[in-house]
Design a protein around this ligand. Structure first.
Ligand code: XMP
Length: 319
């Protein structure tokens, strides 16, 4: 029976053996997995690791700042922070197809990452926070024979193109074990306990065209929702909770005026690995409070709905 301390020590040895005196590059997404992988690898090989944060502007409110302060402030791990919001938003202009949005983001991420990897002087290894469910889900999914439900966002293809080998120290772990390892490595609770966030970010929570304005609207609604969830003490009981901004406008009334604004959807699920999920059963009074706050405080939204779909048949994200 392994303790996390033993697992950590064994992995550190394994990483040192695999990497030797080679150079490793690691992409940070803002999520728990890549952060834990990076901190673990940094403990193993120190300065041989370069972390790159491709900031596509599709993060949640405050998230990019948290990544930067965790790495530069808390750990003093060197971090290349690339602010490439304009590149991503320009490329997403006019695109409404979910798979094309995912593919564009994945491809652009790799392009940006490759340029940085070359600047480092050519890394020998690419580190990734791949988890056990990621390994499984890319093989088979909801029982269907190799049907692609969604193109997952990762840096696949890059290792061959740049002749890099993969370092994936979390491959045997489930999410709760990654969190335990993160605590063992001293990551702050706000980071370790954070809900999973998909690589393509808010782009797949904005069905239809993604614009800076719609990202900003969604960030505000999402932050209110999460703040209420934290205040109610429910955050840790939920696997993922987030808002989506729908490409639908409806009529409302505010004061004595007519409004014609977007609909916001709220999603919250429980799960152990993201492969199946159940809807989180909030009290009606909680949802009413959140809906009232969002409509009152977020310009551009005048109606809020709750998503009651389990996975399967729904997926967790809307695209
Ligand atoms: P779905 O929406 O397929 O998502 O039920 C299952 C879990 O995976 C996350 N997700 C992603 N994570 N890259 C990621 O790293 C992606 O492209 C991606 N798409 C979905 C999702 O948030 C959920 O936790």
């Amino acid at each position: 029976d392994w303790t996390m301390a033993e697992f950590k020590a064994a992995k550190i040895n394994e990483i040192r053996e695999q990497v030797g005196d080679g150079k490793v590059i690691c992409g940070l997404s803002g999520g728990v997995d890549s952060a834990v992988a990076a901190v673990l690898i940094h403990e193993a090989i120190g300065e041989q690791l370069t972390c790159v944060f491709v900031d596509h502007g599709l993060m949640r409110q405050g998230e990019a700042d948290q990544v930067v302060s965790l790495f530069k402030g808390h750990y003093n791990i060197p971090l290349v922070h690339l602010d490439v919001e304009t590149l991503f938003l320009n490329g997403l202009k006019g695109e409404t197809d979910p798979e094309k949005k995912r593919k564009f983001i994945g491809k652009t991420f790799i392009d940006v990452f490759e340029i940085e990897a070359k600047k480092v002087g050519g890394a020998d290894f690419l580190a990734q926070g791949t988890l056990y469910p990621d390994v499984i889900e890319s093989v088979s999914f909801t029982g269907g024979p190799s049907v692609t439900i969604k193109s997952h966002h990762n840096v696949g293809g890059l290792p061959e193109r740049m002749n890099m080998k993969l370092v994936e120290p979390l491959r045997e772990l489930f999410k709760d074990e990654v969190r335990a390892l993160g605590r063992e490595l001293g990551l702050p609770e706000i980071f370790v306990g954070r809900h999973p966030f998909p690589g393509p970010g808010l782009a797949i929570r904005i069905p239809g065209e993604v614009t800076k304005e719609r990202c900003d609207i969604l960030r505000k609604a999402d932050a209110i929702y999460l703040e209420e969830i934290r205040n109610a003490g429910l955050y840790d009981a939920i696997w993922q909770a987030f808002a989506v901004l729908l490409p639908v406008k409806t009529v409302g009334v505010m004061g004595d005026g007519r409004t014609y604004d977007s609909v916001c959807g709220l999603r919250a699920v429980t799960s152990t690995d993201g492969m199946t999920a159940d809807v989180y059963p909030f009290d009606a009074s909680f949802l009413t409070r959140v809906a009232t706050r969002i409509v009152n405080e977020v310009k551009g939204i005048n109606r809020v709905v709750y998503d009651y779909t389990s996975k399967p048949p729904g997926t967790i994200e809307w695209e």
